[in-house]
Write a protein that binds this ligand. Structure first.
Ligand code: PMP
Length: 399
């Protein structure tokens, strides 16, 4: 006999979580997995995950550490060797001289970096400016911690770039930070120096932090350069930079990244990490130190080259589909396909594609109202998946 369910006058869970949307990308990826388990051959372009696993030289370092007994907690801030590797990377690739003792903390990837950053600088009721469309987890994370996300549109007619006057108009006396992502998920835009300078100007004028999610920073296409906003003049003191290896080194399961921020912010994040999680995994930090600290080895650079080719192939093929327009991304993993000419909403089309054609991708509306009329497609799947996916999409759209 099953026990009588306990009821709670105030409901079983906190109000804070009741209103939170589930992550659309994770939900669709899970649905695709469930369909696959029941024998359906799904081509899955939903989650931002490459076909390749982590390069061997990184796995090797971590498994040697694991087998060698590196199985205990580390400092809450992260191993000194890991933080040194992160500082080495910042200097080599981003032109930033960071002090690994005071300006870097290890994180469980960028999501955890964001959570620590928000808890460190945001009081309840503070507003955080976010992008629309923007990464699905930003607004819920801000809300979990009592903040208020304030979306500012990135309009398709502006090539998904912020209008300075709209950014300015969003600032109030409760604004604490501008949170943005470059290369951008979902649109693939890489911020140009003048856009970074606009953000920097607004932040300086209104004394705001800039929280910069740079998870895709090592993968820009067409020779474009990623510029870290913290490296712009005067910005190191107000920038909180989130970096991770989930995407660029195919290390999503490792949960490893770091935050580069001014010393008082890092100090607060260390206190938070001590209580919330103790520290990031010991041997994952060893793998992370190799992935960040050493010059990227051929196994990594060849993968990036291959991804650029796949992104080019996939977006070209998407652009050829009836009713679809798709430019090539400037960086990151995704095709951002304009499907307005199909006459279907992004949710309707995404649902039809999964149900009838077994292709999983993410409706643009999941990223905010400005994402309506678009689909996000992960382009770094295997070539065979890309070809089969395009075949099915053509079948679905050739009606
Ligand atoms: N930020 C953005 C913009 C992302 O696309 C993702 C992954 N989908 C994350 C953060 C999550 O990063 P991590 O795995 O490092 O927590």
């Amino acid at each position: 006999m099953s026990p009588t369910p306990t009821t709670h006058r105030r409901g079983p869970v906190a109000e804070r979580i009741r209103a939170a949307p589930t992550s659309a990308t994770v939900r669709i990826a899970d649905l695709a997995k469930t369909l696959k388990r029941s024998g359906v051959d799904v081509v899955d372009f939903s989650a931002g995950r490459a076909a390749e696993g982590t390069p061997d030289y990184i796995c090797q370092a971590a498994s040697e550490a694991l087998l060698g007994g590196d199985t205990h907690q580390t400092m809450a801030q992260g191993k000194p060797e890991y933080r040194q590797a992160c500082a080495t990377k910042l200097l080599r690739e981003n032109g930033i001289e960071a002090d690994p003792e005071t300006e870097i903390i290890a994180s469980f990837g960028c999501k955890n970096g964001l959570a620590l950053a928000l808890l460190a600088v945001m009081d309840p009721g503070d507003e955080i400016i976010v992008e629309d469309p923007g990464f699905v987890s930003y607004a819920p994370t801000i809300q979990f911690f009592g903040g208020v996300p304030v979306p500012v549109p990135l309009r398709s007619e502006d090539d998904h770039r912020w209008r300075e006057e709209e950014l300015r108009a969003a600032v109030t006396d409760r604004t604490r930070a501008i949170l943005f992502c470059s290369p951008h998920n979902p649109t693939g835009v890489v911020h140009r120096p003048e856009e970074l300078d606009t953000i920097a100007r607004v932040a300086e004028e209104h004394d705001l932090y800039v929280i910069s999610d740079e998870i895709y920073e090592r993968i820009t296409w067409g020779g474009r350069e990623h510029i870290c906003i913290a490296s712009r003049a005067g910005m190191a003191g107000r920038s909180i930079t989130l970096m991770g290896l989930t995407k660029t080194a195919s290390m999503g399961g490792w949960r490893i990244g770091f935050v580069y921020a001014p010393p008082p912010v890092v100090e607060a994040m260390v206190t938070l990490q001590q209580h919330l999680a103790t520290c990031v995994g010991s041997f994952t930090q060893v793998g992370g130190a190799v992935a960040f600290g050493r010059e990227p080895e051929a196994a990594l650079t060849a993968m990036w080259q291959e991804w650029e080719e796949r992104c080019e192939y996939m977006t070209r093929e998407l652009d050829r589909l009836p009713g679809v327009q798709c430019g090539s991304p400037e960086g990151g993993f995704y095709g951002w396909a304009d499907i307005r000419a199909t006459g279907e909403s992004s949710e309707e089309l995404a649902e039809r594609l999964l149900r009838d054609h077994h292709v999983a991708l993410v409706p643009g509306s999941a990223f905010g109202p400005q994402g309506e009329g678009f689909l996000r497609i992960t382009c770094v799947k295997s070539r065979a998946d890309l070809e089969e996916g395009i075949r099915r999409l053509r079948e679905a759209l050739d009606r």
